[in-house]
Design a binder for this molecule. Structure first.
Ligand code: CA
Length: 665
């Protein structure tokens, strides 16, 4: 039954027929309409293991989908569709059919949570027509733990380009669901008018039906469906050919995709996406399960995207030190950076990150000297840049070097000539398409010169570890700088760590810059904000927070004032991993998980609750009788390390703000 056709003919008929007759015909049409919606096309398809089911239908001319895990509804009937300047593809739609096939792919990626991925999913391409013409396909991918979809927008007659003004793409969560989400900031606010940059706080187990500060929420967004399980909503595959989006509340449990705000990027650029036809939009991703394991372990941000260019060289990831987090702007001077190069060398680290104002306080010539000095010690340099531009008031320099191609490439040619390892570009202007293009341009230019890229004051990475081979990590989190800026952040440090492990860090590398071993965020380790977390906590988060490139908040004085076992651990901790396993936890309360590299498993835990956590942990991942090193805290947060033989289980305790690490020797 073609509803779109009925709607059109209704209008035509009523224009030419006497009134009484009209009433009669309208009555018949209304009946036909009700009847046709009961007979609306409905297609369903399932994950490879048959447990996840997606049902797509076109009742009343609106495209919708719903998601079940087993017999439990995880997403109720949720809208699909787009509004473009070619047409409104949210109504008058008919589902022409779904073409279903199996997808099996394998890939290797050393800079994500899992080095080798065997991806298996059901793909369903559902075609929608409007007035008899094919207008959009909704391409679904259903793996055993994720549902994802994107649109293919089809050209109409001679139209080769179009503007997407809005997506209907929605997510209908069941009643009683609670949320763990970060409000999206309003544009041109915060420090030096640099927002939004994904640096707001979560509210744990919040009620649905709110809309953050009025502007929705930043991805990823976590939902707790009570006894049923968990849902994480995000997106992936965003580049310069679309906008990055956020999650808006429509009402109650219904959320939808929101496009950028007008004021972002100082008003420059559209809130819409301008695309060539045919065009495929970014993927909307829904990761779900009865426990948090699918969310911690998902690789969906990477499964659905392709590498956009070849690496110009084999990039070196690894660890580094970073003076700014303890010493701030004044530490960005020649002598202190030389001292940090020596410190990195003493730790066996690969890099030093030199933060803002190096151009003024050190200068280009002396940076070249530092780079040459670092080279003799096996330590490469990362240099900080302001992305501005015309979209923030931040005074930090260098400035005007990253926003335009000619200046950027000249700067990068200089970097290559003196042997700079990477850049950290800060203070981006939001999520509009022009900003997404800037990220992509910086990355692809940097690859030409063999430079790794870290982004700060930035958007969430959306599949970028796979798309861009020289992408290292992004901040997009309330990161370690806040521990220096305010005691409140120090007091909430463990609480936030237990959120990041289940939300932000599950979808992409997180440049947190933590694992502080100083007692105080101060060059003399005597005043300022003070750390309330334990040394073992610092070790645990070095594993918990995943990023292939890490710049830890360690300081040269830690070589003598921190426990030797802590320094030894930080010297040897890996930054790339083969596998991750969720063990236990609850966002905002505690987390226990494990990462593997080769035959070494690191079980790590953090507790943010007032009461000491006591848990039995299964040790079956280790060989029987393997020698394990257990790093743990006593009730006063005094850490120690002991050696035990692997058995079936171990009982562990983690006090508030404490940590746990278990690793085989
Ligand atoms: Ca920041």
């Amino acid at each position: 039954m073609n509803i779109a056709y009925l709607c059109t003919s209704k209008k035509e008929i009523t224009n030419y027929i006497p009134i009484n007759m009209k009433k009669f015909i309208l009555g018949v049409l209304a009946l036909a309409s009700a009847w046709s919606s009961a007979w609306a096309a409905e297609k369903s398809f399932t994950s490879p293991d048959g447990k996840l089911t997606v049902v797509v239908d076109d009742a009343n001319g609106a495209a919708t989908y719903r998601v079940n895990l087993g017999t439990t509804e995880f997403l109720g009937r949720s809208p699909l569709g787009l509004k473009t300047n070619m047409g409104d593809y949210t109504q008058g739609l008919t589902l022409a059919g779904c073409e279903v096939k199996e997808v099996k792919e394998s890939y290797d990626l050393r800079n994500i949570k899992q080095s080798h991925v065997d991806y298996e999913a059901t793909e369903a391409v559902c075609s929608f027509e409007q007035q008899g013409r094919k207008v959009i396909d909704v391409i679904f991918r259903v793996s055993n733990r994720d549902v994802a979809y994107r649109y293919r927008i089809l050209p109409q007659r001679d139209t080769k380009v179009c503007v997407v003004n809005e997506e209907a793409s929605g997510f209908q969560l069941p009643e009683g669901t609670t949320t763990f989400m970060c409000p999206q900031s309003r544009p041109m606010g915060g420090f030096a008018r640099t927002s939004p940059s994904y640096e707001t706080s979560y509210t744990d187990d919040d009620q649905m039906g709110k809309n953050g500060y009025g502007e929705g929420y930043s991805f990823p967004c976590l939902f707790h469906l009570g006894d049923k399980g968990w849902v994480l909503i995000s997106e992936t595959g965003v580049d310069g050919s679309y906008v990055a989006s956020r999650l808006l509340n429509v009402n109650g449990g219904l959320y939808k995709i929101g496009f950028p705000q007008q004021g972002e990027c100082n008003g420059w650029g559209s809130t819409s996406a301008s695309v060539g036809l045919p065009s495929e939009t970014p993927w909307r991703t829904i990761t779900l399960g009865t426990t948090l394991a699918p969310i911690v372990e998902t690789t969906v941000p990477f499964d659905l995207v392709e590498q956009k260019y070849k690496a110009s060289q084999e990039y070196i990831y690894g660890k580094g030190s970073w003076s700014w987090i303890i010493g701030m702007d004044n530490s960005c001077n020649f002598d202190e950076q030389k001292r940090y190069i020596d410190f990195s060398a003493a730790m066996g680290y690969q890099t030093v990150l030199i933060d803002a104002f190096w151009d003024k306080q050190i200068g280009y010539e002396k940076i070249a000297e530092l780079a040459a000095y670092g080279k003799t010690k096996g330590v490469g340099l990362f240099l900080w840049y302001n992305s501005n531009g015309t979209w923030n008031d931040a005074p930090q320099t260098p400035i005007g070097k990253m926003d335009k191609s000619r200046e950027r490439r000249a700067e990068m040619a200089w970097m290559k000539s003196v042997g700079i390892r990477g850049i950290k570009v800060d203070f981006f202007g939001g999520d509009k398409q022009n900003m997404m293009q800037l990220y992509e341009d910086i990355l692809s230019d940097a690859n030409d010169f063999g430079i790794l890229c870290i982004f700060h004051g930035c958007t969430l990475p959306r599949g970028w570890e796979k798309m861009y081979p020289n992408y290292a990590a992004s901040e997009a989190v309330l990161a370690s700088e806040n521990l220096h800026f305010g005691q409140g952040s120090c007091d909430a440090e463990a609480h936030n760590a237990t959120l990041h492990a289940f939300i932000r860090n599950t979808v992409g590398s997180m440049d947190f810059g933590g694992s502080t071993l100083n007692k105080y965020y101060d060059a003399n380790n005597r005043r300022g904000t003070h750390r309330v977390t334990s040394d073992v906590y610092a070790l645990a988060t070095a594993v918990l927070f995943q990023s292939a490139v890490q710049h830890f908040a360690l300081a040269p004085n830690n070589l003598t004032d921190a426990p030797a076992w802590a320094i030894d651990f930080m010297k040897n901790v890996p930054t790339t991993w083969d596998e991750v396993k969720f063990i236990d936890g609850y966002p905002g309360k505690y987390v226990i998980m494990a990462r593997r590299t080769g035959n070494k498993w690191f079980i790590v835990g953090v507790n943010a609750q007032d009461e000491t956590l006591k848990k039995n942990i299964d040790l079956s991942m280790f060989d029987k009788n393997a020698e394990l090193q257990v790093y743990s805290d006593d009730a006063e947060l005094n850490g120690s390390v002991s050696t035990v033989k692997a058995k079936k289980q171990i009982t562990v305790t983690i006090p508030k703000n404490g940590g746990l690490v278990i690793v085989n020797k």
